[in-house]
Design a protein around this ligand. Structure first.
Ligand code: XIL
Length: 336
């Protein structure tokens, strides 16, 4: 039976998933499924600062290498994630960035040069900056300022030029790399998501106006079924990015069900597939060609372990293409 990777390729599409190295090592059935289905894999943790530079100046490529080895064995591509993010920072990093702009710049430069030196050739695209856009008012966690960039230790240390700096350093360290900005919360048909789309577009246009290297935008796609979705504004957004000469990738799709939902597993799975399917169709219509899920199965989903995002009734999430017993669901059929 053909995997999603085989079904995608002849249509000019690519399918993939986030993975964790320890799951690949400890869960052979899951690993086999990932090898069969995914054309690309993304290290769920292994490319973050916490993993790569646990102590200042000490790099650890062990966990990332496990993902790279797995991918090489299965002839899969690997996306890097993420060179700059305000989460998964080792405890020493924020205080070190606060030492001053010269130190902060040096830390960023060393990290990017070291990591890209190590992964050159093996990883052809990286999320250079993850989630740089601020949260508009009206959502759960609005940013305390109304600037387009999220207030983070990076912004505090380096000012609004940090995004451009990171992109330029990445281009310099590995000129063959596809440079991506990755963002969440930009898909729904709500004023909040619309405001966030506008912020992202403004930041991207600013970067391109300054001739900053940038190749792609990652739309994370952590879908929430309680949010209304309408194709038109999202298609328009993806097309606007494509119009700027950028590729658009769906990088982290999964689905959060609202607390109250039709009971019965079949009805739930059908609803998840329908909601996600509308999003996938719109993304394709706008010009996205890469579709990655943030976990292939409910068994290894981050949604079941993150506080606050699992279903309130304590039932396991069903927001991934395969269930906890590794049986394909309606969402898997929708991705094929
Ligand atoms: C998540 C991982 O899946 C979790 O295991 C971890 O605890 C927190 O990070 N957006 C991103 C990803 O860009 O890096 C996040 O991954 C999910 C949200």
């Amino acid at each position: 039976e053909p995997g999603l990777r085989d079904l995608a390729r002849p249509r000019g599409l690519s399918f993939g998933t986030a993975v964790r190295s320890e799951k690949l090592a400890s869960d052979p059935a899951l690993a086999e499924l990932v090898a069969r289905e995914a054309d690309q894999i993304v290290p769920e943790w292994e490319g973050k600062w916490e993993a790569l530079q646990p102590e200042r100046g000490r790099f650890d490529f062990g966990p990332l290498r496990e993902v790279l080895d797995f991918a090489r064995a299965g002839n899969q591509r690997v996306r890097g994630h993420a060179l700059v993010w305000h989460e998964a920072m080792p405890p020493w990093l924020a205080p070190a960035l606060a030492e001053g702009p010269t130190q902060a710049r040096q830390l960023l430069e060393t990290h990017i040069a070291t990591v890209l030196g190590e992964t050159r050739g093996a990883i052809r695209d990286w999320d250079v900056v993850n989630e740089p856009i601020s949260a508009p008012p009206g959502g759960d966690n609005p940013s305390p300022t109304d600037g387009d960039l999220r207030p983070t230790p990076w912004l505090s240390a380096l000012g609004p030029g940090y995004v451009e700096l990171a992109l330029r350093l990445a281009r310099q360290a590995d000129p063959t790399l596809r440079l991506t900005l990755n963002e969440f919360g930009v898909y729904a048909d709500t004023p909040w998501a619309q405001a966030k789309r506008e912020r992202l577009l403004r930041v991207v246009r600013g970067l391109l106006d300054r001739n900053c290297p940038l190749d792609a935008i990652g739309v994370q796609g952590h879908l929430q079924m309680r949010e209304p979705f309408r194709a038109e504004p999202f298609v328009e957004f993806v097309a606007a990015l494509r119009g700027l000469g950028l590729a658009v990738l769906i990088t982290e799709m999964d689905v959060r069900e609202p607390d109250v939902l039709a009971s019965g597993i079949e009805a739930r799975d059908a609803a998840v597939a329908e909601y996600a399917g509308a999003f996938l169709d719109a993304a394709r219509e706008g010009g996205a060609r890469t579709f990655l899920v943030w976990g292939l199965t409910d068994r290894d989903s981050w949604l079941r372990v993150e506080p606050g995002v699992a279903r309130g009734d304590g039932e396991a999430t069903r927001g991934h293409p395969y269930d906890a017993e590794l049986r394909p669901k309606a969402l898997r059929a929708r991705l094929a």
